[in-house]
Design a protein around this ligand. Structure first.
Ligand SMILES: CC(C)(COP(=O)(O)OP(=O)(O)OC[C@H]1O[C@@H](n2cnc3c(N)ncnc32)[C@H](O)[C@@H]1OP(=O)(O)O)[C@@H](O)C(=O)NCCC(=O)NCCSC(=O)/C=C1/CC=CC=CO1
Length: 262
């Protein structure tokens, strides 16, 4: 798989990551995951990025792990799984905690590791007709790419267990009703709508967004008292930013705030 299997583009404060192996249905092979992890580390290091769009080229967002690669691995399958998941173990938390909003646009099908990756974004937009499937148990696996943590938090424990154990396909309308996605749009509008949301986030209060993401991730692992303490720290930090002062003054002056990400 070439370096072009994942494309990173930057335009001002907006970055776009495109899974670009449409002929392989954007399968998450070992090499694709290695390139993707490098690209995610790049956008994290780049202090000028204020919003990210993740998308997949072609008919499907991603069919998950590359079953052709698994079949070809033969007796080396467990080594392949180990190698890939060692990278995934660092990549998914890094992706989920990027210090700016991440929009993910999906179409066609979102399966296995592709579902974990999509769920690690902040704002998930699906083209009408998209199919969501956990897929792992269909191959005798239990789950990876954070699906065991992310899916129950998105749709609740019982629905997540249903998807994971029965491997049933959830359609886009059901996904919207369950809170698995934030929005469903016609396929022809998907990219425009995802880009519009990404640009909107890129002109928002970046530090406030980053703090809100940190709080939400921490809240999954702590109690109310700890959450309140962390909120106070984030509020204190945010109250010193230019964007927060601007928002307060704009409110009083009855004008739209101009956020700069500082
Ligand atoms: C729900 C589907 C993703 C899509 O269904 P549908 O739209 O009906 O399309 P199909 O006709 O089934 O498939 C189209 C072609 O794509 C090929 N394909 C589909 N999935 C994969 C795949 N994962 N790897 C390779 N190729 C795939 C399929 O063979 C068709 O090819 P042809 O056109 O040439 O016939 C549905 O396809 C589906 O459920 N796919 C399986 C999903 C799956 O099991 N994914 C892997 C789960 S495990 C995982 O995600 C992660 C890892 C990580 C690392 C290591 C090891 C394991 O798992």
């Amino acid at each position: 798989m070439s370096e072009n299997s994942v494309i990173l583009e930057k335009h001002g404060a907006v970055a776009t990551i495109t899974l670009n192996a449409p002929q392989k249905k954007n399968a998450l092979s070992t090499s694709v995951v290695n390139v993707l992890a490098g690209v995610i580390a790049d956008v994290e290091r780049d202090g000028s990025i204020r919003a990210l769009l993740l998308r997949g080229e072609g008919r499907m967002f991603s069919c998950g792990g590359d079953i052709d690669e698994m079949a070809a691995a033969g007796e080396a399958l467990s080594t392949l799984v180990d190698d890939e998941l060692r990278v995934v173990e660092r990549m998914i938390p890094q992706f989920a905690s990027l210090p700016f909003p991440v929009v993910c646009a999906v179409q066609g099908a979102v399966a296995g590791g592709g579902l974990g990756l999509a769920l690690a974004s902040d704002y998930l937009i699906a083209a009408s007709g998209t199919k969501f499937v956990a897929a792992h148990t269909g191959l005798g696996y239990a789950g990876d790419f954070g699906i065991s943590w992310l899916l129950p938090r998105a749709v609740g424990g019982r629905r997540a267990r249903d998807m994971i154990l029965t491997n049933r396909v959830v359609g886009s309308d059901e996904a919207l009703a369950w809170g698995l996605v934030e929005k469903v749009v016609p396929g022809e509008s998907l990219l425009d709508e995802a880009q519009r949301m990404t640009v909107q986030f890129s002109t928002g209060p970046t530090h406030g967004y980053a703090g809100a993401k940190r709080l939400q991730l921490a809240a999954f692992e702590s109690g109310l008292v700890t959450s309140l303490r962390l909120e106070a720290a984030e509020m204190n930090r945010a109250s010193k930013t230019t964007d927060s002062l601007e928002a307060v003054h704009a409110f009083v002056a009855k004008r739209v705030p101009q956020f700069t990400g500082r």
